[in-house]
Design a protein around this ligand. Structure first.
Ligand SMILES: C[S@@+](CC[C@H](N)C(=O)[O-])C[C@H]1O[C@@H](n2cnc3c(N)ncnc32)[C@H](O)[C@@H]1O
Length: 236
């Protein structure tokens, strides 16, 4: 909801720095991120990139950032800009980028574009605070850098419709089994419908789900205590 992409990245780096503050020294940070285009329509709304370089004030990291200058129709490159920001020390300290991964959406939404390849993937990044982070080799060896998984839609039990963008339960479940010790704590600062918290509780970890929306957090609480959902989160 930030007015410019540079401010969006700035806000994410600020949140990431807070995540770093509470992250165990041997812990991992995973970020799931979709890119977007600079479309003429989004400029009219004041969203997306602006060709003028944005309207943010001089204290912002993003002022004059190239992300606010990409031409209309171009991808903004947000996932990689976010990741490179972490490598450049913009999120609370020195991060190690252990891997980039691709979620290949095997049933992705139709993409109306006819002059470029249809986008059917999102990025996942794995960061650590140091080179000796916790990993569970028996689980990690099962994972490849490309994840073929369908999208999942979710009806909110609160009666307020669907959450627009839950990720498949298999993503946080596998990451948690791979990089969080049993009994450990998993925090999702953009928890939405609570898929991460559900995967954590079902797999014997403590899950904490934060969201701007009270409705989504209520859903997260309900989902993660439901025995059927927990059973699904255990399927490997
Ligand atoms: C893509 S969704 C996450 C979906 C989640 N992975 C799931 O499976 O349900 C991003 C969520 O971040 C929340 N959000 C956006 N900005 C936020 C902020 N500044 N603080 C907390 N939550 C925020 C939105 O309400 C939205 O539910």
């Amino acid at each position: 909801m930030e007015p410019t992409p540079a401010e969006f990245l700035d806000a994410l780096w600020t949140v990431t720095a807070e995540c770093r503050r509470v992250l165990n020294p041997g812990g991992s940070l995973f970020f799931n991120f979709n890119d977007k285009y600079n479309s003429a329509a989004s400029n009219q709304n004041g969203l997306g990139a602006t060709l003028q370089g944005g309207s943010h004030d001089s204290n912002r990291i993003g002022r004059g950032s190239t992300v606010d200058l990409v031409p209309v129709k171009s991808l903004l490159g947000l996932p990689w800009r976010y990741a490179i920001g972490l490598l450049d020390g913009k999120a609370g300290g020195e991060w190690i980028l252990r891997s980039d991964m691709i979620w290949n959406k095997t049933n992705g939404m139709p993409d109306p574009a006819r002059d470029r390849a249809a986008r059917k993937h999102e990025y996942l990044f794995h960061f650590t605070k140091n080179g000796k982070h916790f990993a569970n080799p028996a689980e990690v060896v099962k994972l490849k850098s490309v994840w073929d998984l369908p999208t999942e839609s979710l009806l909110l039990p609160t009666g307020s419709g669907k959450h627009p963008a839950p990720f498949p339960l298999a993503i946080p479940a596998a990451l948690i089994r791979g990089w969080c010790p049993e009994g450990g704590v998993v925090l999702d600062p953009f928890g939405g419908s609570g898929t991460t918290a559900l995967a954590a509780w079902a797999n014997g970890r403590t899950g904490i789900s934060l969201d701007l929306s009270q409705d989504y957090s209520t859903t997260a609480l309900r989902r993660s205590s439901d025995p059927k959902n927990r059973e699904r989160a255990l399927n490997r």
